[in-house]
Write a protein that binds this ligand. Sequence first.
Ligand code: ZN
Length: 414
Amino acid sequence: MESTQLFTLALGLQAPWSVADIRFEQEAGEIHFDVVCGEPRLPCPVCGRAAQPVHDRKERTWQHLHFFQYRAYLHAKVPRVACGACGKTSQVTVPWARPGSGFSLLFEALVVALARHLPVRQVGKLLGVNEARLWRPLKAIVDAAREQESFADASHIGVDEKHVGRLGFISVFHDAKDPRVLFTAEGRKAEVFERFEEDLKAHGGAAEHIEAISMDLSKTYQAGARKTFPQAQMCFDPFHLVKLGSAALEQVRRAEVRYEPDLKGLRWATLKRPEKWTFEQFQDMEWLRKSGLETARAWRLKERLRDIVRLARAEHPAEPLFKKWISWARRCRLGPFKKVAATFRDHLPGIVATFVLNRSNAAAESINAAIQVAVVRARGFRTLSHLQTIIYLIAGKLTHLPAHPYIRPVGTPG
Ligand SMILES: [Zn+2]
């Protein structure tokens, strides 16, 4: 077999396309394939009429998967067909690339597969391509995959704000039953709910099907949810409840540190779970517990809150537990906790509903972890659209992405 034939097969080319020439550029570490289409007549790419004359040919180049250590490029003079039926002159689409792309489909599939696990900059380095050139195909493929996703089953959703460095805040909507990111929007104002609703509809979902929305206790989210999803039960993630307790504790400690310098090094020990204390932290906390300081009282309130969340998740009725905590916090003579108590009292139905509808926090936690990865990688992104592409890629559970070109699922031919 001639080497041109061999590479025609290796590249998966089919008639009328074949490899006519192969050029090694040893020093540059490159291999170039000249691909030709011998047919003088081809079907019209617009109307499909068979055997129309080729008008002219235009030279184009695509980067392809490496051959061993060699960067590989396909070159072809792509025919334009002058159609006698529809009267249009148009370029035929090549079977190995998306229209307009400078990469082969398999190369793009590799970019997508690698970008799920590596920063895009690193993917570019690995493949010998400037990062800037990878974003356009990446976004196009992720957007196309996302377009095919159905949100028709979404009934319990969660929304969370994320700070993403100099890009500011984004709002991330996820499906709480089938943990995946559904939608991301710039900002954290009430109107992000309207934008989500539009996107939900575009994916076969409906506002009326949304039964519950989990969120933090921010007023803008509550306003947005009430307006756009008036029938949905608002729920407040236990994670955010405990966070309010931790923030109140930190306020108390920081105020008291001025009179009690020994509290200075206690920040992490007070916030950490006791089972994770080091021996030194254990000793410090023994001292704190016996000290009678306000910080000790604040720590007990915060820990009790964690207990309550754990108990309520384990099917203890949440309402009496929270009512008892609220009444303790109101009488504790610690300003920040009185405030938390008032907030909880005002949101009690939503807090209680949280434990009835969704005892597990697993969805929110797994989404959070994935977003965190994307946000870390987003450092240095100049546009939000890059970050959104990465979030959908790693946390969108997209089922229509191209398969990894080197890994085939077990049992598939080829
Ligand atoms: Zn035509």
